[in-house]
Write a protein that binds this ligand. Structure first.
Ligand SMILES: [Mg+2]
Length: 454
């Protein structure tokens, strides 16, 4: 809207407020010039209200991982937004949530009112906070921020407060089944400029989280699956970190992800054993179902703790943050409500000296990484970003894909999230529906066949 139109609307609003003064207590309490029912749904630019015309999912797998992207189209031809809604284990359910439910719910609405639409989507299913619906909602949310950035002519991080840093430090994923192989893996990242490296530890004959030793046992029949026993893993990890600290000194920041695989008391012992090695953080020592154990861990050692990639309900993170029981929040941004909820969580963390470390492996799409980076750049209490070096066809499917150089994620300065999708090319990398999901999940077992956490 140009200035003349804006002034004209203010005048009309003032006249209307005066006309109804004394008869409408709500209108009478509004500041002079404000409108009880904003014209065009609060439209702030252009002729006539901008409207959402279609919301749809795009499923693609250019690097083999099933990704779900949401595209929000508007009444302004060529103006659209993209968001990540990747729940890679159940992509077709998110597709249904977006295409069958959110699309008709959102058509005709003004994409400018992001907070209002977030709350409306959240309440629209009555039952809420589950991963399917939250991923759908989050994809729309990021797409609305993308649209707003494009309309403002600014990158989204500018809308969130501007830069707090020049680029975003990233940690890489190294692994080894003994000190020497882990050192070789870490060194590859250090040579590429990384300062932060997560190290996962393989155990002979087992399927540990991350590395493979090539001799993993397999169970067959009803109890088919990979084998994992917590105690050998618990004992193997400190030995590898002993070796790494001895060889690498204190220059590198080392991280480790327990992936909720230990019994809680074992995780506490591991955190104590690793304390001497000054980890940057120890991730997911407990499952979300066991968060009551955090206060016991906190009282026993000073290993920094990261948690939250499986969270999607505020009850899971509010207490951990406000009671200062964790040091890093790790949520999968498309699992919690997108950029809108990410910035609220980051602000909550700020008051309790908790830093952000948003989930960012391969099952966060390049669009999701762009959303993470908008938060990372604009959040003072940022800690670290998990990253992935996208290559080959992925860079063509997602023009503007964030790039890692020297261990730092860089974003381009294009308006919005700065990333696009080539839909024709994306269609050449369809997700696999036969089988319809990654069969490894739900098939991790103890040596006696007992189901283990993944
Ligand atoms: Mg993790």
């Amino acid at each position: 809207m140009d200035r003349r139109n804006f002034v004209g609307k203010l005048s009309a609003g003032a006249a209307l407020a005066g006309l109804f003064a004394g008869r409408n207590t709500f209108a009478a309490t509004l500041p002079q010039g404000a409108q009880a029912e904003p014209e065009n749904g609060g439209e702030s630019r252009g002729e006539g209200a901008l409207k959402i015309t279609r919301v749809r999912s795009i499923l693609t797998a250019p690097y083999g991982i099933r990704l779900v992207i949401v595209k929000v189209e508007t009444s302004d031809p060529g103006l659209y937004g993209l968001g990540c809604a990747t729940f890679t284990q159940r992509p077709r359910t998110v597709q249904t949530a977006v295409d069958t439910y959110l699309d008709p719910f959102l058509r005709g609405r003004n994409p400018d009112n992001i907070e209002d639409l977030w709350q409306a989507m959240f309440q629209s299913s009555y039952w809420r906070n589950g991963p399917v619906l939250m991923n759908g909602l989050s994809g729309v949310d990021a797409a609305l921020w993308d649209i707003k950035g494009k309309r403002a002519g600014m990158p989204v991080y500018q809308l969130l407060g501007g830069r707090c840093r020049t680029a975003v430090p990233v940690y890489g994923h190294a692994s080894g089944s003994d000190g020497e192989s882990a050192l070789a893996s870490v060194t590859k990242f250090l040579e590429r400029g990384y300062k932060y490296v997560r190290v996962q530890v393989g155990v002979k004959g087992q399927s540990a989280y991350g590395p493979r030793t090539g001799d993993e046992k397999k169970l067959q029949g009803h109890f088919e699956g990979d084998v994992f026993e917590p105690t050998p893993y618990q004992l193997a990890v400190p030995k590898v970190f002993d070796y790494l600290r001895q060889e690498l000194g204190d220059e590198v920041e080392l991280l480790h992800d327990v992936h909720e695989r230990l019994h809680p008391i074992q995780a506490i012992k591991l955190a104590k054993d690793l304390e001497v090695h000054r980890l940057f953080f120890l991730e997911d020592p407990f499952a979300p179902e066991d968060i009551g154990y955090f206060k016991h861990l906190r009282h026993q050692c000073a290993t920094p703790i990261a948690m939250g990639e499986l969270f999607n309900n505020p009850n899971e993170w509010v207490g951990l943050i406000s009671e200062r029981l964790i040091d890093f929040i790790r949520c999968h941004v498309s699992q919690i409500g997108g950029i809108t909820m990410g910035r609220k969580i980051a602000a909550l963390c700020d008051f309790f000296r908790v830093r952000t470390a948003w989930h960012g492996p391969g099952d966060t799409s390049p669009v999701g990484h762009a959303a993470n980076l908008a938060l990372d750049l604009s959040t003072w209490n940022f800690g670290i970003q998990e990253g992935r070096e996208f290559q080959g066809a992925t860079l063509d499917v997602f023009p503007g894909c964030p790039e890692i150089k020297n261990g730092l994620f860089h974003v381009n300065e294009k308006p919005g999230l700065g990333i696009d999708i080539d839909e024709k090319l994306a269609a050449k990398f369809p997700i696999k529906d036969n089988p319809p999901f990654d069969l490894k999940w739900g098939k991790l077992r103890g040596a006696d066949g007992t189901i283990r956490r993944p």
